[in-house]
Design a protein around this ligand. Structure first.
Ligand code: SF4
Ligand code: SF4
Length: 291
C-alpha cells in the first residue's frame, strides 16, 4: 500500500544544537549509554536533554510482540535479563544529570513476572542514587495483571504511562494481537486507583486513518479511566513493512485536539506533529495536588 507521499514542512526537523545537549551527547557517547532519544533519532532531543529529560530502554532490544507500527525486532529472549541493568541505569541517570527520566521497554511475555520486578529494581536503584530525579515508567500492559502493575507503582513513580496508541477500531491491526484497547484502559484505571499521587498518562498516534469522532471517543474513554495526561503525535512509518501513513495531521488540527482534550478535564495535553509520548514529560511536575 503506498504511503501518502512526501513529508510536509512541519515535519522537517532542524539539527539539534545547544550547549547542554552537546555536553550530554558527549557523556552518552563516551560511556556508550543507550537512550531511546538518540537511538530513535528523536526530533526533540535537544529540547528534552536541555531540560534534563531523557528516555532509557530496559530489558534488551527483542520484543515478544509485533505491533505493526513499531520497528523493534520481534523474538523470544528466553528469559534473558541483565542483572546489572538497575545499577547501570542509575549510573546513566547520574552521568547525564537527569531531573526526569522515562523508563520504557520491550514487552517481555517470556518472563514469569513479565518484567515487573525488573522495572521495580531499576526504579529503586535510581531513587537510591538520585533521590531528586523523578521517574516515569512507560510499561508493557503486563497482560492486564494488576499485581504486576502495583509492583511497579510501589517502587515510587512520578508518572505511570501505558499507551493506548490508537482509537478502538484500529487497535487491531495497529497493535499486536495480544494487546487490547480495554486492557490498556483497565490497567490505567487500576494504576490511578492504586497510586492516586502518581500521574497517569497515555498516548495516541494520529494519521492511521482514525476519524475525529473516534479520537473524541478515545479521549472520553481515557477520562473514564481517570487518565491525567494525554499526548498526541503524528504516526510515522518506520519502514515499508509497517502500516502506511494515511494522513499528515496539520499543526492546527493538533491544536484543536489539544483544546478538545483540555475541555474534557485532562491535567495536561501535549499535542503536535513531532510529539512523542515522552515529550515534555517533566511538565507534570508543575502540577500539584494530582489525584
Ligand atoms: Fe527522548 Fe522522548 Fe524527548 Fe524524544 S521526546 S528526546 S524520546 S525524552
Ligand atoms: Fe514495539 Fe512495544 Fe509493540 Fe513491542 S510491544 S512491538 S516494543 S510497540
Amino acid at each position: 500500500i503506498p504511503d501518502v507521499g512526501r513529508k510536509p514542512d512541519w515535519l522537517r526537523v532542524r539539527l539539534p544544537t545547544g550547549a547542554k545537549f552537546q555536553e550530554i551527547m558527549d557523556i552518552v557517547r563516551s560511556h556508550k549509554l543507550a537512550t531511546v532519544c538518540s537511538e530513535s533519532k528523536c526530533p526533540n532531543i535537544a529540547e528534552c536533554w536541555g531540560r534534563g529529560t531523557a528516555t532509557l530502554m530496559l530489558m534488551g532490544s527483542v520484543c515478544t510482540r509485533a505491533c505493526k507500527f513499531c520497528s523493534v525486532n520481534t523474538g523470544n529472549p528466553h528469559g534473558w535479563l541483565d542483572a546489572d541493568e538497575p545499577a547501570n541505569v542509575a549510573d546513566a541517570v547520574a552521568l547525564m544529570g537527569l531531573r526526569y527520566v522515562v523508563l520504557t521497554s520491550v514487552d517481555r511475555d517470556d518472563l514469569p513476572d513479565l518484567g515487573a520486578g525488573h522495572y521495580a529494581a531499576c526504579i529503586r536503584a535510581i531513587h537510591a542514587r538520585m533521590p531528586d530525579t523523578a521517574v516515569e515508567a512507560l510499561t508493557p500492559d503486563f497482560q492486564g495483571r494488576h499485581e504486576l502493575v502495583a509492583q511497579v507503582l510501589d517502587a515510587g513513580l512520578a508518572t505511570y504511562a501505558q499507551n493506548l496508541e490508537t482509537v478502538k477500531r484500529l487497535t487491531h491491526p495497529v497493535r499486536d494481537a495480544r494487546a487490547g484497547y480495554e486492557t490498556t484502559l483497565d490497567v490505567l484505571k487500576f494504576a490511578k486507583g492504586h497510586a492516586p499521587q502518581t500521574v497517569s498518562k497515555t498516548s495516541l498516534m494520529l494519521g492511521l486513518g482514525e476519524t475525529e469522532g473516534e479520537i473524541e471517543q478515545a479521549l472520553d474513554d481515557m477520562r473514564a479511566a481517570d487518565v491525567d495526561v494525554v499526548t498526541m503525535g503524528q504516526y510515522m512509518r518506520p519502514t515499508k513493512n509497517h502500516l502506511p501513513v494515511q494522513r499528515f495531521v496539520t499543526p492546527d488540527e493538533f491544536q484543536r485536539y489539544r483544546e478538545l482534550a483540555l475541555g474534557k478535564g485532562f491535567l495536561e495535553v501535549v499535542s503536535g506533529p513531532l510529539v512523542r509520548s515522552s515529550y515534555r514529560a517533566e511538565r507534570v511536575l508543575e502540577h500539584n495536588n494530582v489525584g
